[in-house]
Structure formats: structure tokens, C-alpha cells
Design a protein around this ligand. Structure first.
Ligand SMILES: Cc1cc2nc3c(=O)[nH]c(=O)nc-3n(C[C@H](O)[C@H](O)[C@H](O)COP(=O)(O)OP(=O)(O)OC[C@H]3O[C@@H](n4cnc5c(N)ncnc54)[C@H](O)[C@@H]3O)c2cc1C
Length: 384
């Protein structure tokens, strides 16, 4: 038996023993996601058990090095672990902007002290991070941001406002883009990390059409940030920001795969949805399978260092369109029952709320129009 076959066998046995049955069922709403942090919320105690067991093996971040809280797995082993988790339909043990966004950026640009200080806490879900990029008038034109960080000796003084900061009111720390030189646009931005409990940080939730309030306006009023929290060089934060955005887009593109595939749609087709809807579901399934194959190839290329830098834009664009279609079809299949907003049968209106939430997929992390511009310029070589 090859080493990888043996790894698969051992992994399967470990998961069989350690993944609680409740964590092998689809999440019914966003409320069941595990985010960790200083003040963790668990809808079910098994969420904590599952997180702790996976974190103890470093399997919340299987391919990160072990000194940083990772599992130290090779790309081949990581792929097997992913397949085995999918085979038993295991829930993600930890939803985390630390894992999907900040972690990769720190691994590339962080000092050893920053890596050792932050990455293990991310891996164990002890600190919850939020992303301070967008500002009023600086969304797609991100480099237009105005939040300033003034040099004050051994620290910076940060002033300004961010907007659409997802879960800022629940986050412990923020990774934040700040202006350290007003004279240059991209070349005057720096990348800072700081504690949301710092004096002068405040947040105000923004209520959405879905009735939820996942994001906030975030205000900084003379916030003192030690210079040791600067990631990368002063005024070179744009490089870190762009690298992180690639990972964010890759993470968002995974929505195209659906948290638990398309079981509910297949079930609807089986139950005898009308012929037109069945045909739409079939077409969706073909596209979803093609996207899955493309995603696997993309991940392999990424791990081998062969990925085109604009590939995350392709994946983000197509993945988010697919996810929106998935939920349109689920609503069509569910009929008027799926529109129920507060009933127990829909777990508090989960289908309708999730459908409304997917409308934002093609905006967050950079809009579809921006992704298409990147694809046109960098992949198709079209004039800008
Ligand atoms: C659910 C959600 C969560 C988010 N979470 C966060 C977060 O945690 N942290 C954070 O920092 N930000 C977050 N954002 C903000 C997000 O990154 C921005 O909304 C996004 O980058 C778009 O910027 P904008 O809203 O300013 O829109 P604008 O840039 O004003 O765009 C408006 C419209 O104009 C189009 N447009 C703009 N420029 C061009 C162009 N050059 N060519 C063609 N079309 C163009 C856009 O595509 C869009 O359709 C979140 C957004 C959403 C919806």
C-alpha cells in the first residue's frame, strides 16, 4: 500500500471516530456556522467538540506548517483529507477570515514574530478577524481609501472610517488598510493589524434586506497601533492587500461548489419538479460538475505554483454566479413554502434568507464587473 493510501485509510478511520454525527448534516442556517473567537457562540455543543478535535491535529489548516498551528500535510495529503471530509459530508469545523484571508498573507509577508503570534490562534479559532478594506467612496476603487495612520514614534495613530466590515461587531482583531502617504495612491497604503478592543474603535451594524445584520460601519478615532503590527514594508501594503484579495476571491468562489453540494436540488428533480425546472436543474448540475473539475485543477495548479494570478477572478466570477443560480432554483423548487419567513418548518426562513444573501456574492470581495475587467485585461489581453 502506498503512503497516500495508508494516509487515506487512517484519515477515514479517524474521521469516522471523531466527527460527530451532527456535524455530518447540512447546516440549516448561517447561525450554525462556527466562527470561534474570544466570545464564541455555538448553536450545538458538537460544534466546539468538532473544532477542538480538528484544531488539535492542525487540520483546520492542514497545509500550514506545524509551528504555526497547521497540520504540516503535503498537497497530496491535504487533497485526501478534503476528499474524506466531503465523503462524510462533514461541516467546516471553523469559518474564519483568519484562515482564508489573513493567514496566507501573513505566511508570505509576515515577520516570524507575527506568524508565531497570530497564526496558531487563527488555527485554533481563538481570535476572530475582520477585514477593514472598503470605505465610503473606496470599494471597487479601493486604492482611493482615506483612513490615515500618522507616524507617532513607536506607534501609529489611526483615524477614519470603514464600511461593509463583515462581523466587525463580533471580531477580536482587524486587518486594515491605511493611508501612510497622501501624495501617492497605491504606493501610499500600509497594512496594519490591531485589536478591536483598542481605545477609539467603534462599530455600528448595518441592517440588510434579509433581516440579518452581518456587517458594520467601523470608526477609528485616534487609535494607537504599535509599529510592530505593520505587515510588510511601510507604503507597500497594496501588494499584501492584492495577495490577500486573491485568496478572498478563491474562498468566495468555493460558494459555487455549495456547502453540501446540490442535494436539495437533485431531491427536487427526483420528486418530479415540472419539466422546465427539471431541465434547468440538469443544466445547473452540468455546470456545477464542470466548475468542480475546474476548481480542483485550479487548486492543484495553485499548490504547484503554476496558477495564473488572475485565476481567482475567473473562479470568483463563475462560482458566485453558480451559487446565485443554485438558490434561485431552490426557491423555484420550494414554491411559496420556501418564502416562509419565520416558520419552524423553514428553520426561521433559512431558504429565503440564504437566497437573499446570495445576491451579495457577486459584490463582496470585488464585484463581477471588476472580475470581468481583470479577466479581460490579464487573461484575454484585451485593451483597458
Ligand atoms: C456581503 C458583503 C460583505 C462585505 N464584507 C466586507 C468586509 O468584510 N470588509 C470590507 O472591507 N469590505 C466588505 N465588503 C465590501 C465589498 O468589498 C464592496 O462592496 C465591493 O468591493 C464593491 O464596492 P462598492 O460597494 O463601493 O461598490 P462600487 O465600487 O461603488 O460599485 C458600484 C457598481 O459600479 C460598478 N463598477 C465600479 N467600478 C467599475 C469599473 N471600473 N468598471 C466597471 N464597473 C464598475 C461595480 O461593479 C458595481 O456594480 C462587503 C460587501 C458585501 C456585499
Amino acid at each position: 500500500m502506498s503512503d497516500l493510501d495508508q494516509f487515506r485509510q487512517e484519515t477515514r478511520a479517524w474521521l469516522e471516530e471523531n466527527c460527530p454525527q451532527t456535524m455530518r448534516t447540512p447546516m440549516r442556517s448561517e447561525k450554525e456556522a462556527t466562527w470561534g473567537g474570544r466570545n464564541p457562540e455555538y448553536a450545538h455543543p458538537d460544534q466546539k467538540l468538532w473544532l477542538d478535535r480538528m484544531a488539535a491535529r492542525g487540520w483546520t489548516v492542514p497545509d500550514w506548517p506545524t509551528p504555526y498551528g497547521g497540520g504540516g500535510l503535503t498537497p497530496g495529503e491535504t487533497k485526501i483529507l478534503r476528499e474524506e471530509l466531503a465523503r462524510i459530508r462533514a461541516r467546516n469545523p471553523l469559518h474564519s477570515f483568519g484562515i482564508s484571508m489573513l493567514g496566507p498573507a501573513l505566511l508570505k509577508y509576515g515577520t516570524e514574530e507575527q506568524k508565531l503570534g497570530h497564526l496558531p490562534k487563527i488555527a485554533r479559532g481563538e481570535i476572530r478577524w475582520c477585514q477593514g478594506y472598503s470605505e465610503p467612496n473606496a470599494g471597487s476603487d479601493l486604492a482611493g481609501l482615506q483612513t490615515s495612520a500618522e507616524d507617532a514614534g513607536d506607534h501609529f495613530i489611526v483615524n477614519g472610517q470603514k464600511v461593509w466590515t463583515s462581523y466587525a461587531d463580533k471580531a477580536d482583531w482587524i486587518f486594515c488598510l491605511v493611508r501612510t502617504d497622501k501624495a501617492v495612491k497605491q504606493g501610499g497604503i500600509s497594512f496594519l493589524l490591531f485589536d478591536m478592543a483598542s481605545e477609539g474603535v467603534s462599530t455600528r451594524p448595518i441592517l440588510l434586506i434579509s433581516g440579518n445584520s452581518p456587517f458594520c460601519e467601523t470608526f477609528f478615532d485616534n487609535v494607537k497601533v504599535p509599529k510592530a503590527n505593520l505587515v510588510g514594508d511601510l507604503n507597500k501594503g497594496w501588494d499584501v492587500a492584492k495577495y490577500l484579495l486573491g485568496h478572498e476571491r478563491e474562498m468566495i468562489s468555493a460558494m459555487g461548489l455549495g456547502a453540501t453540494g446540490s442535494d436539495a436540488l437533485i431531491e427536487a428533480a427526483r420528486k418530479g419538479a415540472d419539466p422546465l425546472l427539471r431541465a434547468q436543474i440538469a443544466l445547473f448540475q452540468v455546470r456545477a460538475q464542470a466548475f468542480k473539475a475546474m476548481s480542483e485543477r485550479f487548486i492543484d495548479e495553485l499548490k504547484a505554483g503554476r496558477a495564473h494570478p488572475a485565476q481567482p477572478s475567473m473562479m470568483k466570477y463563475y462560482g458566485t454566479e453558480l451559487n446565485k443560480t443554485r438558490h434561485e432554483l431552490l426557491m423555484a423548487a420550494g414554491g411559496s413554502d420556501a418564502l416562509e419567513w419565520e416558520s419552524d418548518a423553514t428553520h426561521g426562513g433559512a431558504p429565503a434568507r440564504t437566497w437573499l444573501r446570495t445576491k451579495a456574492n457577486s459584490i463582496e470581495g470585488g464585484t463581477s464587473e471588476i472580475q470581468l475587467n481583470i479577466i479581460a485585461k490579464r487573461i484575454l489581453d484585451l485593451p483597458s
